[in-house]
Design a protein around this ligand. Structure first.
Ligand code: 1PW
Length: 214
């Protein structure tokens, strides 16, 4: 584990997201999940208090991985094909969680919302002052995005976890990308790709009226 933490770099995570968008502007599921798995490792590096956050992401990643390992794996190659397949076959609970509580569409939506937070948080980190507080950037971006989809108890627990985040420069060094300046440059290169993945998914979900799936 210590060795894993040493060799871990956030660069690889962000690179996975750069490989998500296909030439047809479709979002590939496998690199998306690979990116998320790296994020989970990163969250775990931040301390055990973050494991409650990563645990739910792990559950969601596994649900979609199971679809990718099933007989229907080809239908889950891209987010576009997943949406088309699940909707055409009535595999999505649209009003209330009942027969299909873990549809690919609703599960992916949770990761998608969390990715929005991540994107805003990393952008805040990138443009923040040297000595700014990561905990403030983290909670402000969370409140402006993902918190709107979470019940009170989760918001409270997340707020507690954010308090232990280190200062901006230490946090940038935790990314293992090099100096704080190098980490900022890497974020500048990688964030447009994450934004693109987010945007394409958001448009697809909006087009099919899936943004509020229970
Ligand atoms: C340092 C910044 C890192 C940002 C990483 C983003 C990870 C976000 C995961 C938040 C999870 C909080 C705890 C779980 C909450 C679930 O209730 C919720 N899941 C998510 C991913 O938001 C909703 O899933 P549910 O309950 O509808 O199955």
């Amino acid at each position: 584990m210590a060795e894993e933490a040493e060799t871990f770099s956030l660069r690889e995570v962000l690179v996975a997201f750069t490989a998500c968008v296909s030439e047809q502007r479709e979002v590939r599921v496998d690199p998306y999940l690979a990116g998320w798995k790296g994020l989970v490792r990163f969250l775990n590096c931040l301390g055990t208090i973050f494991s409650f956050i990563s645990k739910d992401a792990v559950t969601k990643i596994e649900i979609i991985e199971n679809y990718r390992n099933s007989d229907q794996r080809d239908k889950y190659l891209t987010v576009q094909s997943m949406v088309e397949y699940e909707l055409a076959n009535g595999l999505v609970d649209l009003q209330k969680r009942s027969e299909h509580p873990n549809s690919g569409c609703r599960t992916f939506l949770r990761l998608h919302r969390a990715l929005h937070w991540l994107q805003m948080f990393l952008e805040g980190l990138r443009t923040g002052e040297d000595n700014s507080k990561t905990s403030v950037i983290c909670s402000e971006t969370y409140d402006a995005s993902l918190a709107n989809h979470h019940p009170w108890i989760i918001r409270k627990a997340a707020g507690v976890a954010f308090c232990v985040l280190p200062t901006r420069n230490t946090f940038l060094e935790t990314m293992n990308v090099g100096t704080a300046e190098e980490a900022v440059a890497m974020l500048g290169d990688a964030l447009p790709y994450i934004c693109e993945v987010y945007k394409i998914t958001e448009e697809l979900y909006a087009q099919h009226k899936l943004l509020d799936l229970p």
